[in-house]
Design a protein around this ligand. Structure first.
Ligand code: GDP
Length: 473
């Protein structure tokens, strides 16, 4: 009645003439609804529920290329614990604030921008690969360039290798920052050599990955690091159209006691303005205020700019893509649809596995992909290497396994996050998964296959691949 601008009693009357005795609170099926609407002289267009999201995000990136203006690169810092990720983020920011801002007030909103030679660079303020991969698992790609920090006195460590694999799986270019160069025991060449074992070839070793010697403590090399980032960005020709409705991704969100739900978003294309209505995941906002990384209120934020948004009705999640919509009604329609979808998929997911070997083969078959990703964990380095070799040998010219990460040790939540982002099953050889990892795997629908004999493992993968290759399946 509402949509047709008819009185509810009139609708009920028509229903009665059809023999249906109903009240305003009853639900009718789509066919009846169409009949009634036409009876009352309205034209009906049947759409599927999923059409609610149609046109929400721009689908052609040509818009960026043709109407695009150069945009700043977005950088994430990764590396082993204690190698200086946080120190480096702070040092870069402080060096910049002293030059630029009066008073040097900074505000931690989850990302910040610095300027070098008149060009901006955006840094995501949460170091490590967890956030990076969690975002990727939600379909958001927020990072253009990864800085891999390796301490010159400690060289390549297990989390360094993890970071390399997460970066590679995300297909993001990398710059190596060899940190702690102020230490007397610093040995940068050892870092360069050790990286070769993980197929990271820095320029000095004949490769193409830039490496920069730095010290977060003394500030040595920070300028060179920023230059390296700008050079890499130039090669990538990063562009976005600033003259359109804004789209981007939520980097951080929380419920603030005084201010209500607060989210920091990274604008990826278009310009976000005060007063805009935006949808992020199952939450929407009429933008009441925009606050930049210096704590200043701003009226708008363009491509690659991080900005805090006030005015959300609910708290969105980090990694949720956002888009500006025209009306509040549309924002409500989309978020209600999504909340319903979320409830349904969570319920369905508990039963099915999307990252299982069989599922993956079916998916490959449907998509004509040639590679299937897997993640390998094993008890010792030797067994991990043996498995990787065995698995990589199984492939032929049609399909092949791609090991996205292989390392000794039990299965952790971080492994599940990486597996979920690539929808890869996990092979666990002589190791178990801890409780959190098992829970996350179940929630994400990631299969963990346990083995203690390599032949069994190889047989299973072969069998799955044969299923994939035989045309009758
Ligand atoms: P994160 O765990 O990677 O974020 O590492 P942190 O930034 O917390 O640094 C770990 C430790 O290394 C801290 O005690 C820092 O003071 C120290 N550190 C970080 N960078 C440097 C550096 O360039 N030189 C020296 N000597 N110490 C550093």
């Amino acid at each position: 009645a509402n949509r047709m601008a008819e009185r509810a009693v009139d609708v009920i009357k028509v229903l009665m003439t059809q023999g249906q005795m109903l009240t305003v609170n009853d639900i009718i099926d789509a066919d009846t609804a169409q009949l009634i609407a036409e009876e009352l002289g309205h034209t009906v267009k049947r759409v599927s529920e999923a059409d609610v999201e149609e046109g929400l995000f721009s689908t052609d990136s040509a818009d960026d290329d043709e109407a695009g203006a150069p945009r700043p690169p977005v950088v994430t810092i990764m590396g082993h614990v204690d190698h200086g990720k946080t120190s480096l983020l702070d040092a870069i920011r402080n060096a910049n604030v002293v030059q630029g801002e009066a008073g040097g007030i900074t505000q931690h909103i989850g990302a910040y921008q610095v300027e070098k030679n008149g060009q901006q660079i955006s840094f995501i303020d949460t170091p490590g690969h967890e956030a990076f991969t969690a975002m990727r698992a939600r379909g958001a790609k927020a990072t253009d360039i990864v800085i891999l920090v390796v301490a010159a006195d400690d060289s390549v460590m297990p989390t360094t290798v993890e970071a390399i694999n997460h970066t590679r799986a995300g297909e993001v270019p990398m710059i190596v920052a060899i940190n702690k160069m102020d230490k007397p025991e610093a040995d940068p060449n050892r870092v360069r050599t050790d990286l070769l074992r993980y197929e990271v070839q820095v320029e000095g070793m004949g490769g193409e990955v830039q490496d920069v010697e730095v010290s977060a403590t003394t500030g040595q090399g920070l300028d060179n690091l920023l230059d390296a980032i700008l050079l890499q960005a130039e090669i990538m020709e990063l562009k976005a159209n600033p003259d359109r409705a804004a789209e981007g991704v939520v980097i951080e969100a929380q419920l603030d006691k005084g201010r209500g739900p607060v989210a920091t978003v990274l604008v990826q294309r278009g310009t976000l303005k005060k007063g805009d209505i935006l949808v992020a995941g199952g939450a929407w906002a009429r933008v009441r205020a925009l606050i930049d990384d210096h704590g200043k209120q701003v009226n708008e934020a363009g491509p690659s700019a991080p900005v805090e948004v006030l005015g959300f009705q609910d708290t969105p999640s980090a990694g949720d893509p956002f888009a500006v919509v025209e009306t509040e009604a549309r924002a409500r329609e989309i978020t209600e649809y999504r909340q319903r979808q979320l409830r349904e998929t969570t319920a369905a997911r508990l039963g099915t596995a999307r990252g299982s070997l069989e599922q993956m083969m079916t998916r490959l078959q449907e998509s004509n992909l040639r590679e299937f990703p897997i993640l390998v964990k094993g008890d010792v380095q030797g067994s991990v290497e043996a498995i990787v070799q065995a698995v990589e040998k199984i492939g032929n010219e049609e399909v092949a396994a791609r090991v996205i990460h292989a390392a000794p040790g039990g299965v952790t939540e971080s492994d599940i996050a990486l597996a979920a982002a690539s929808e890869a099953p996990i092979i666990a050889f002589n190791v178990r998964a801890n409780k959190q990892a098992r829970d996350t795997a179940q929630a994400e629908g990631i299969e963990i296959r346990y083995y203690n004999i390599i032949y069994d493992l190889v047989d299973d993968i072969k069998a799955a691949m044969e299923g994939l290759l035989s045309p009758e399946r």
